[in-house]
Design a protein around this ligand. Sequence first.
Ligand code: NAD
Length: 508
Amino acid sequence: MSDSQIDRIRSAGTVPLFIDGEFVDSRTTDWIELSNPATQDVIAQVPVATDDEMTRAVASARVAFREWRDVPTIERVRYLFRYQALLKEHQQAIAAVLSEETGKTFADAMGDVWRGIEVVEHGCGMTTHMMGETTENVARNIDTHSYVHPIGVCAGITPFNFPAMIPLWMYPLAVACGNAFILKPSEQDPLTPTMLTELFAQAGFPKGLLQVLHGDKRQVDFLLDHPDVRAVSFVGSVPVAEHVYRRGTDNLKRVQAMAGAKNHMIVMPDADKAQVVSALVGSSCGAAGQRCMAISVAVLVGEATRDWVDDIEAALADIRPGAPGDDGAAYGPLINRKARDRVREIIRGAAAEGADVRLDGADCVVEGYPDGNWIGPTLFDNVTTGMRVYQEEIFGPALCVIHVDTLEEAIELVNANPYGNGTSIFTRSGAAARKYQHETEVGQVGINVPIPVPAPFFSFTGSKHSFFGDLHAYGKQAVRFYTETKTVLSRWPETDVPDGPNMTINMK
Ligand code: NAD
């Protein structure tokens, strides 16, 4: 990338803000240290944006919105086409930086960028989604048509675990709908969003349409309270999602808040054992288990599956974490020390609660990287619902196994869980799959697919405590979230003479 902001960050040692179409150095005195999760080497300092910087960003976004809303949608999407091409061209460079700051394997980092590019591609079809509805003669000589309008300045707050995909769930669609957008990415991996922003500017979008502000709770609360921010998209942990939803809606904003999870895979005795084992390894430990759609509970149904735990254990014992660039690594380190220490504590407490700890990754060591945030593959058998390992989202490479006798019992277990992000069933029986898909109270269901993340023309439909709001991320629901509808009733009488005042609400 020419004039790369990443080069600038490496030489200056600080991450810039992006305000009013320019990358700027923050005037803050408050900085957050960003370090490499495999080594603890300091990568850069991340600014905690000042109130003045936040205020300027919102004001600039408001000005940009006023012009952008009148740009025809077909012209708006031409910028998106250019953006999509630039993202594809630089996918590898973005993935390399993403991998460095998150610790993800390069292949996984490429996937993170790619799933975001797909959302931009979906946004390129916005002309059709921005079409309203029309009916002639709703009453005699009266026609009704509706228009889809952008709502104004929108904001997005994103988590650390998908620093490319999740920002790309938000601003490309919001902007394609005619809005301006303020992004507050995770302070734990701000380099990837900086690259996405640089390419956004290179795509030629008018200045001010996208602003990027770094920080933490204070910056989020500023956006939640600012009267000129009309809608807030949030993705992150459950307590923060609840806070964002309550504070944002209390301020009469539209809010969609995607939150944490505990995802179950139901394993029926007629399933293909090899497929099940492989799917469980990838979906529990991929990205070090730091995915909101990770499978963290395997529910083995029936006596015949009881000893499948041996195969799961053998397959998990066969993988190991490693630093980016290590081709033999299945996944990377946890994002930071605090996260690693929390997962270690959960693992160490599991046996005392009665779990059968088949694999204990708490003391994992990776040669050459003594300071990495490593957790080895971890397997708990005979887990019950009262244990901490079941109740909390571990967000590490750890799998719980629960044994039940019947599919009905499995459904009851899943439905009693407060979260509803994702679930899957592995079976050869259409009847069992159909029953599970129908009766499970979870928003995204995979049938012989471990991680059922919908493509961007659908929406990301987590439910229960995994989602607060009405309209979900991306797909048609995102278009409804980032727009409002105006309905026009019109009459063009052939004579000027009205037939007397209408004193009712009926149309005549
Ligand atoms: P997090 O909640 O700690 O942080 C998310 C964002 O909120 C960050 O930008 C952070 O700066 C900000 N933030 C943190 N504390 C805050 C506070 N007290 N008040 C206001 N803002 C605050 O989440 P994380 O650790 O970055 O991400 C992991 C979590 O995100 C997991 O729980 C995971 O399941 C969830 N997640 C959910 C989805 C989904 O679509 N449902 C997708 C990805 C991640």
